[in-house]
Design a protein around this ligand. Structure first.
Ligand SMILES: [Zn+2]
Length: 255
């Protein structure tokens, strides 16, 4: 009995490594170091690529001219390429009316369904032109409204790496992989995603991340592992829902 419980916990405990703000302009020195680290530990991360980056903060970083060639190389290694917004430029403020209630600036919230579809298609077209397969999405600043979800569904993207919960779940035809904390934290149970902003990292952040990977290597899961585990069960959805407020509190404490 106990070994069964133990196995169940082991099988359902893991973390997906999600990198944010992957674009032509970024901290390429640290990215090179991370690539070697992922290779060494056989980790398949999710890379949140901004297809048409126009964010002036990000444009200040060094530019890689053969960026899309690099993205194809990552994709051929089995690393998951996710769409992280379209231009990464905030155009509205959700004023806490966004789906997850985080509030703040948004590229998508409060825009009409038609406009959101145009924006998402625009981004997806860029990936198609570059012959890169995309199966998932996460919005800049975690801000979505119901139209964002409808627009994604209409564009054939049903996997969202964001939101609350301790376990991936399906809801309204979409799969959600929770993203809970600002720092890398391994929970004793559940499967969720990191958010890593390389551009803001200092050398010590890299060292800490390396330690985290070494310590939890066995619990690091790939995007495909997670898709196989996504449950539509009401039980999982209820647990996630019940934990929503606890996680909201921890998030405001910037864990
Ligand atoms: Zn971002």
């Amino acid at each position: 009995m106990f070994s069964k419980i133990k196995n169940y916990i082991t099988e359902n405990t893991g973390i997906l490594i999600r990198l944010d703000d992957i674009a032509e302009n970024m901290n390429w020195d640290l990215m090179k170091k991370l690539e070697l680290l992922f290779e060494k530990h056989a980790i398949k991360p999710v890379l949140g690529v901004i297809p048409k980056n126009k964010d002036t903060d990000l444009l200040a970083y060094p530019k890689k001219d053969d960026f899309w060639e690099k993205v194809r190389e990552w994709s051929s290694r089995g690393w998951e390429i996710s769409m992280h917004g379209c231009t990464h430029v905030y155009e509205t403020n959700s004023g806490k009316k966004d789906y997850f209630g985080y509030g703040g600036n948004s590229e998508f919230c409060e825009k009409s369904l038609e406009n959101q579809i145009i924006k998402i298609k625009d981004g997806l077209n860029k990936f198609e032109e570059e012959k890169i397969k995309v199966r998932s999405f996460f919005a800049p600043n975690h801000t979505y409204d119901l139209n964002t979800f409808k627009a994604l569904d209409e564009c054939g993207i049903i996997n969202i790496i964001d939101g609350y919960g301790v376990f991936p779940y399906s809801y309204k035809n979409l799969n959600f992989i929770p993203q809970l904390f600002y720092k890398e934290i391994m929970l004793p149970f559940g499967i969720q995603s990191t958010q890593i902003h390389l551009n803001y990292w200092k050398e010590k952040d890299f060292i800490n991340f390396e330690k985290f990977l070494r310590r939890h290597q066995k619990k690091i899961v790939s995007f495909d592992n997670i898709l196989n585990k996504v449950k539509s069960s009401f039980f999982i959805y209820s647990i996630n829902f019940a934990l929503k407020n606890c996680i909201k509190i921890s998030r405001t404490l910037k864990f």
